[in-house]
Ligand binder design. Structure first.
Ligand code: SAM
Length: 214
């Protein structure tokens, strides 16, 4: 069978809105300056996040795993409510200056609040209710993030969990030492069995779970 995936990806890029200049620059600088630049969401996922935020119209967003800020800025571009805010948490303090410089360049310092530290420590300190949580931190901690954020999510609010297909490994034979795939499998099963939420998996890129609190 012919593999059209690269052609299709290019076709998609040719038929969607252009990447905003600030995101183009962030994308470029991440590739120049950072290790593992592939962690960045990228143009298509950024546009999807922005569009989902426009559809959900949240007041408060929580992001777990900022990396260099691409997804945070993409989501911020979709905010419409007066006073809407994104709390974004990044464990790697070496990224702080880079992230903050792009938040400032995007003139989003009032909208995006960067927290440096582990989400496991910071989430319990956040005295706020959220309409949307974008979960994109350490894949081995997904169930813990879910438990920590659940009570802070408003009824009717959404969780977007990234990488839930884990490069297709969720359907491959499990290697006993593969803690990442093990946790993603356990997380997906836990969400599947959680009657408090509606859920669907968008088979886009590495898979995004779209979870709605009933
Ligand atoms: C896949 S990257 C995030 C990509 C980013 N959301 C984007 O779309 O451009 C995952 C990030 O989560 C961070 N991280 C890992 N464990 C974390 C934790 N416990 N708390 C906060 N951030 C964490 C990593 O340092 C890394 O920068």
């Amino acid at each position: 069978m012919t593999d059209y995936s690269i052609d299709l990806e290019q076709y998609i890029l040719d038929h969607i809105d252009d990447e905003e200049p600030i995101l183009q620059e962030l994308n470029r600088q991440t590739h120049i300056q950072m290790l593992q630049p592939r962690m960045l969401s990228g143009h298509v996922q950024g546009k999807i996040l922005k569009m989902l935020v426009q559809m959900m119209n949240p007041l408060n967003i929580l992001e777990i795993g900022t990396f260099t800020g691409y997804s945070a800025i993409s989501m911020a571009l979709g905010l419409q409510k007066e006073g809407a805010v994104i709390d974004t948490i990044e464990i790697n303090d070496e990224n702080e200056e880079f992230i903050q410089s792009f938040i400032d360049k995007a003139e989003m310092h009032q909208t995006i609040q960067l927290h440096i530290g582990s989400a496991l420590d910071i989430i319990p300190q956040l005295d706020k209710q959220y309409d949307l949580v974008f979960m994109d931190g350490d894949k081995r901690q997904y169930r813990r993030y879910y438990e920590l954020i659940f009570d802070k999510l408003n009824t009717g609010g959404y969780i977007l969990a990234d990488n839930v297909l884990w490069d297709g490994k969720v359907v491959e034979e499990l290697h006993p030492n593969d803690a990442y795939t093990k946790e993603i499998l356990a997380f997906n099963q836990m969400v599947k069995e959680d009657a408090r939420v509606e859920k669907v998996i968008l088979p886009f890129r590495d898979g995004i779970s779209l979870i709605r609190k009933k």
